[in-house]
Design a protein around this ligand. Structure first.
Ligand code: NAD
Length: 295
């Protein structure tokens, strides 16, 4: 069994990005600039955004953090989005989800200019992705594809079972892996809460991607000997004996499953690290105008 070390891979890719950024600036390009909008004081969201901003500094990007109270009205948030769309110095920006209940998330996502949508959540980017046009691929799926490529994990002809059908993880990764591309050509089954006999679906998988948000849902009896296991889940569970009082675990029972898997991603230190790196990759693309030239 081999552990896919997201932390060291992310570090390696960040060094590459730093070099590419320096080269781009030397050749007359502008310093890539990512902005993040954070609404409310959810602990996990704050940690994610902090990490994104810190990562920008590491690779030589500029970053701007816009923090707003959870009482912000939808109109005010839409005005902020509009301002970022129009601000020529900002290459790409994200609005950290989830948003408070009184704000319509899809309205906010739709308001983001697709040219600056480095999270790849806008239907324009998702639609372009589906038909194979240049686009911003959502960060978590892009992170998983990059991970598999760098670890030389072949997907062609493999049975992939994806657990979870969210718009940001399960659905896009299942589309990407089934496409006729160097990272695709797999036979993909997308399982969700209404799937009948999910266990036998997972049991025949060569590659399992777990993105459902249930701690340690995937157990060793569900995993074929030698399967590749990619754990997207990030779940907080009580751990009274720790300083924070909680710890993070994935959707996979790591200790049990690791013994059977050929490759496995840990939580933390796996896919999450790659998500941030992918956001930076998308931001550099935005600054270079690679996806929507002249946009
Ligand atoms: P979500 O939370 O929006 O939806 C959960 C999905 O799981 C749904 O499609 C649902 O049908 C499915 N599901 C729920 N219960 C199920 C069951 N018993 N059997 C089969 N399917 C079931 O999904 P999300 O936003 O993709 O998040 C999933 C997990 O991934 C969460 O733990 C989240 O924190 C994590 N996540 C991690 C990253 C990262 O960078 N590592 C990024 C995004 C999300």
């Amino acid at each position: 069994m081999k552990i896919i070390d997201g932390r060291s891979l992310a570090k390696e890719i960040k060094s590459e990005l730093k070099r590419e950024t320096q080269k781009f600036i030397k050749q007359g390009g502008k310093t890539p600039h990512l902005a993040a909008v954070l609404v409310g004081d959810d602990g996990a969201s704050q940690a994610y955004v902090r990490n994104k901003i810190k990562s920008c500094e590491r690779v030589g990007f500029e970053s701007t953090l816009i923090k707003k109270k959870s009482t912000i009205q939808e109109d005010e948030l839409l005005e902020i989005v509009d301002g970022l769309n129009k601000n020529e110095d900002i290459d790409g920006f994200i609005v950290q989800l989830p948003l408070p209940d009184h704000i319509d998330e899809s309205k906010v996502t739709l308001a983001i200019d697709p040219v600056k949508d480095v999270d790849g959540f806008h239907p324009m980017n998702l639609g372009r992705m589906v038909i194979g046009l240049p686009c911003y691929i959502p960060a978590t799926p892009l992170g998983m594809i990059t991970m598999m490529e760098r670890y030389n994990i072949k997907t062609e002809g493999k049975n992939v079972v994806v657990l979870g059908r969210s718009n940001i993880v399960g659905t896009p990764i299942s589309i990407l892996l089934s496409q006729k591309t160097k990272w695709g050509n797999a036979t993909v089954t997308l399982c969700h809460s209404r799937t009948k006999d999910l266990v036998s679906e997972v049991q025949r998988a060569d590659i399992i991607i777990a993105a459902i948000g249930i701690p340690r849902f995937v157990t060793s009896d569900m995993v074929k000997e030698g399967a590749v296991v990619i754990d997207v889940g990030i779940n907080r569970i009580d751990a009274p004996d720790t300083k924070k009082g909680y710890k993070l675990v994935g959707d996979v029972d790591f200790d049990e499953v690791a013994a059977k898997a050929s490759y496995i991603t840990p939580v933390p230190g796996g896919v999450g690290q790659m998500t941030v790196t992918s956001l930076l990759m998308n931001t550099l693309k935005a600054a270079r105008g690679e996806i929507y030239p002249g946009g």
